[in-house]
Design a protein around this ligand. Structure first.
Ligand SMILES: [Zn+2]
Length: 434
């Protein structure tokens, strides 16, 4: 048994019985003692006042560590990444930062991907995520038949290698139209063969989109799968794939989980249209994943002139979706590739930057859930991303003692708890990739 005393835990990841009454919204965290018994959290309770008896049963005999108010998060859940593209920047940079160049550059680079190359880059990325404290990752996997089997095979291999440390989920990424062609069943079956948890894809608006979505939903339903789609990753008000997906889900009475990532163009549509699309998304029980760092990099690169100062942050309507009751997470998306030049699969960075970009200072309590408990629920791992009895003994200890300190030093180091062991995080050296 390991007892962590006086840990400052965000209320969003605590059981309601402990988080109630709610703490000050300017500092939505509580001092707690956490008892860890091997791979699981045995108990969590508010810390006793100084001099009072510890409230956690078994505490006197436990191996106790006084954290003196250091912030403790559960292991992070990164709900949307692209491990197969990660760390290709040095050989395949995006010289204009434009979405179209990202597509072209990585389509060219993909031709040279081998098992060894994907394994090396994706493995490195997972080690970075692990050292940042992430314990579940959902990656999209490029699948453009006949190309793609090796990509899935590598991710399957990595899933096995990381079992017990990082829960690795996979989703195929292809054109939504491809599911309507002769390859539709083959894409789904190939993905399932290597353990995919949902079907994925992306599409621009087109007159065929409703019919293509009907076909995709039928393929997914046949296999008992949900969807995790890339939608509306652009600043054009005419792009309404989110709305089309919601309508298709309702039309087909599709009951499996449906996730829509990005949803950027929603933010540039007319207010009445925004409200009605959000209402449809809510009715269709769609879950949204926002990718703020990648959106900040790629969106609002308008006009022929380059460079030009961007006006828009690129993110979807995070507040309005949350207000409507749409489940929402934030995630890393691409790291060090042509879609996003930077990033290190650090969910704490995603959380901190999301607070800054989306003014989540007004809902600090929920902000932590976006990369922990809410993200876990969205990817179907509701036991993760929480500091609660029965949850994994996977915790991240920051040197900060308040939200203000946490948000002010994005690059601060951290200690990691796995089981009953505590160690300093140690990020891999980028030099390994040269
Ligand atoms: Zn993505």
């Amino acid at each position: 048994m390991l007892l962590l005393q006086r840990a400052r835990i965000p209320a969003a990841v605590l059981p309601a019985s402990i988080a109630d009454p709610a703490p000050d919204p300017m500092e939505p965290s509580l001092l707690c003692d956490i008892a860890l018994d091997g791979p699981r959290i045995a108990s969590v309770a508010r810390s006793a006042a100084p001099g009072a008896a510890p409230p956690v049963p078994g505490a006197p005999t436990a191996n106790a560590v006084d954290l003196d108010g250091a912030m403790v998060f559960p292991g992070f859940v990164d709900a949307h990444v692209h491990l197969d593209k990660a760390h290709t920047w040095d050989r395949a940079p995006n010289r204009t930062g434009r979405f179209s160049e990202a597509l072209e550059t990585l389509a060219r680079d993909r031709e040279g991907w081998t098992r060894r190359d994907i394994l090396r880059r994706a493995g490195f990325a997972l080690r970075c995520a692990w050292e940042h404290g992430t314990r579940a990752v959902r990656t999209h996997v490029d699948t453009w038949l006949p190309w793609g089997e090796e990509n899935h095979a590598v991710m399957h291999e990595l899933r096995g290698a990381w079992r017990g440390r990082i829960a690795l989920q996979t989703v195929p990424l292809t054109g939504i139209a491809n599911y309507s062609g002769t390859e539709g069943d083959a894409i789904a079956d190939l993905s399932l063969k290597y353990g995919a948890c949902a079907l994925g894809g992306w599409s621009p608006m087109s007159p065929d989109l409703p019919r293509q979505l009907d076909r995709l939903l039928a393929i997914a339903r046949d296999r008992g799968l949900g969807l995790d789609l890339h939608v509306d990753e652009n600043g054009s008000p005419a792009e309404e794939v989110l709305r089309a997906v919601a309508e298709a889900v309702i039309r087909n009475r599709f009951g499996n989980p449906v996730v829509c990532g990005h949803c950027c163009s929603l933010a540039v549509q007319a207010p009445e249209r925004q409200r009605s699309t959000i209402a449809l998304a809510r009715e269709a029980a769609i879950r949204v994943i926002s990718l703020p760092l990648c959106n900040l990099y790629l969106q609002d690169r308008r006009g022929p002139e380059f460079p030009r100062t961007p006006y828009w942050r690129g993110i979807t309507l995070i507040h309005e979706l949350l207000d409507a009751g749409v489940p929402l997470a934030c995630a890393s998306d691409n790291v060090r590739d042509a879609f996003h030049a930077y990033g290190d699969l650090d969910a704490a960075e995603v959380c901190i930057q999301s607070v800054r970009l989306a003014h989540l200072d007004s809902r600090l309590g929920a902000s932590v859930g976006l990369v922990t408990s809410a993200a876990a629920d969205i990817v179907g791992l509701p036991g993760m991303g929480r500091v609660a009895p029965g949850a994994p003994s996977q915790l991240v200890i920051f040197p900060s003692r308040s939200f203000s300190e946490f948000l002010s030093r994005p690059g601060s180091g951290r200690r990691l708890v796995d089981g009953e062991a505590i160690r300093e995080a140690s990020r891999p050296d980028f030099g390994e990739l040269r």
